[in-house]
Design a protein around this ligand. Structure first.
Ligand SMILES: [Zn+2]
Length: 366
């Protein structure tokens, strides 16, 4: 899996001004390419020869790749927004930065070497850094990916992506089914019988409603900056909640010797078919998606496989006799005598399900 490390840079004055100029030129180049594509000219076949930029060709190439991926995301989002009758804003990079692929930079002792452009020519800079012993070990033992030169807390730093070797999977172990919901954010069921509830659905709902109310008031007054700030704050809080939930779920899995976590595969977010109660609000799917991603990420680090199962009928099927019917209220009672809390039923059926639909969740709009 891909992780990254942030490295402090100790640049000379000259290096700093060259790097700053490169960062600005880089985002301008990407933004230009994006605007060309949005105005209807395809950039799919663009090469460095089609792009005029004061950048080394390695960086110009990266600009083209970045612009293409921005356009791809934008097109998906535009389609999604059309469905909810909103307009997707055109993506613009504002924070100066640049990306270099692993062929074009080198970590060498305490230095990082990469090209910039000086007087129409590519020039290799060798920038002093301060790496921790851990970072040096990581860089020496893992396959390195893209390096990003970005601002962090107003300082220019290098973020180096690397592929972490995952722990070897061991399939002898327990299986855990996790049911994600709105009223109850998550319930886990481990083969063998352990049940655990996570998070506080009522609190989350209250938070969402509180911010929605606040935003409505601000929108009436057209306080654009305040709206943005509140929106970001809400997103941050929800993200933190998902981090905590996923952490707790994986911790429980590790404690119960779980080797496989099963989650429901989310339906296509543009789809209107109601395959489960969770699709009633397509926006909720975005938060289920994020939480699944967090669980997947943390599980992988712990050497646990994540599998996705078909969500159809997981909250309606009796695990004892197989009868399918809706739960009344919070309890599921079957005519065969079996009864259980509705949310536990979901986790139990997910745990027992063999209707696999892959090892990866949907990517935004499938
Ligand atoms: Zn039954």
């Amino acid at each position: 899996m891909q992780l990254s490390q942030t490295v402090k840079l100790y640049m000379t004055k000259e290096q700093q001004s060259l790097i700053k100029a490169t960062m600005r030129e880089y985002i301008n180049t990407v933004n230009n390419l994006v605007s060309i594509a949005i105005n209807g000219i395809s950039i799919v076949k663009y090469t460095t020869a089609d792009v005029k930029a004061n950048l080394p060709s390695a960086l110009t190439n990266q600009c083209i790749r970045d612009a293409k991926s921005i356009i791809k995301k934008y097109n998906k989002l535009a389609k999604y927004n059309k469905d909810i009758k909103a307009v997707a804003t055109i993506p613009i990079l504002r924070k100066p930065c640049f990306y270099i692929n692993n062929q074009n930079y080198k970590v060498d002792g305490d230095y990082i070497k990469f090209p910039v452009f000086v007087n129409g020519k590519s020039k290799r800079l060798s920038v002093k850094t301060k790496m921790t012993t851990d970072q040096k070990t990581i860089f020496a033992n893992n396959e390195l990916g893209t390096m990003r030169i970005v601002y962090k807390n107003n300082k220019i730093v290098a973020q180096i992506v690397y592929k972490k070797k995952e722990s070897a999977y061991n399939n002898i172990g327990n299986v855990m089914g996790v049911d994600l919901g709105i009223k109850c954010p998550a319930v886990s069921y481990v083969s063998g019988g352990n049940i655990k509830f996570y998070g506080n659905g009522r609190k989350n709902k209250y938070m969402r409603r509180y911010y929605k109310c606040l935003l409505k008031k601000l929108q009436k007054g057209k306080h654009i900056d305040a709206i943005k700030r509140i929106n970001n704050k809400e997103q941050r809080i929800m993200r933190d909640i998902d981090h905590k939930l996923s952490h707790d779920i994986v911790k429980t899995a590790v404690a119960h010797d779980v080797k496989t976590i099963k989650l429901e595969r989310l339906a296509n977010i543009r789809s209107t078919t109601r395959t489960s109660r969770k699709n009633n609000h397509s926006l909720h799917n975005w938060s289920f998606y994020r939480l699944s991603q967090f669980i997947e990420y943390k599980a992988k680090l712990a050497g646990i496989t994540v599998e996705y199962v078909n969500p159809a009928y997981t909250s309606q099927t009796c695990p004892v006799c197989g009868h399918v019917h809706h739960a009344n209220d919070r309890n599921y009672v079957c005519k065969c005598g079996f009864y259980i809390h509705r949310d536990v039923l979901g986790a139990m059926n997910i745990c027992n399900s063999t209707e696999y639909v892959g090892d990866s969740n949907i990517r935004h709009a499938a």
